[in-house]
Unconditional design. Structure first.
Length: 202
């Protein structure tokens, strides 16, 4: 187990921790072990090498086909409309022509709902919050590397949004959108193309 994993599992406010450590199968476990937020796997995406330094025995997921995603059923614990931090380790092999969602919940209308973290077409990380009608987006100040794993963190504190990549903290974006969770599933890796992901934390 890596030092990063040990640190995350000690976090008192942890809601879910999908290590994506499975070799294969139809489910990914929630290593936080508090609310049993198991993900259902769509596609053959499990079993790649870990992206975490010091985690030589760990695994990651590779999202490369249109159907590749992990779906976590809606839960009151995933209805994050207050302060929150979402972390992901990610390695894009290329930037998609359109936005590639790494993790998020949609509104009933199928657009950015209460929260979403994505990679835009130029390789910047972006986070969006809203209610499906109004949306506020914050972008990272640096692009994600295509040669080494990237640590991506979206922090929401009050009305301030920060999209942080590899500890490069940009200026805050002030949220002006209403936030509402309409009970949709949480999707991981939905619409990704040639992207490795590891250790998703909420």
């Amino acid at each position: 187990m890596s030092q990063y994993t040990e640190m995350i599992e000690r976090e008192s406010g942890l809601i879910a921790y999908w290590r994506l450590n499975e070799e294969s199968g139809s489910e990914v476990l929630d290593s936080a072990g508090r609310y049993g937020l198991i993900g259902t796997v769509h596609g053959s995406l499990l079993g790649s090498s870990s992206l975490i330094s010091g985690d030589s025995s760990g695994k990651s997921a590779k999202f490369s086909a249109a159907e590749d995603k992990i779906e976590v059923a809606d839960s009151e614990h995933l209805r994050l409309t207050g302060n929150m931090t979402i972390e992901i380790w990610v390695l894009p092999l290329k930037y998609s022509a359109s936005k590639a969602v790494m993790l998020g919940k949609e509104s009933a209308e199928g657009i950015a709902g209460p929260y979403q973290v994505a990679i835009d077409s130029e390789g910047y990380a972006e986070a969006s919050v809203g209610n499906g009608t109004t949306v506020t987006t914050a972008k990272s100040s640096v692009k994600l590397s295509k040669s080494i794993p990237n640590h991506v963190a979206f922090v929401m504190y009050g009305a301030l949004m920060y999209m942080i990549v590899n500890l490069e903290k940009p200026s805050a974006t002030e949220n002006t959108a209403a936030r509402e969770d309409k009970g949709k599933a949480l999707l991981i890796g939905n619409s990704q193309k040639e992207v490795y992901a590891d250790s998703l934390v909420a």
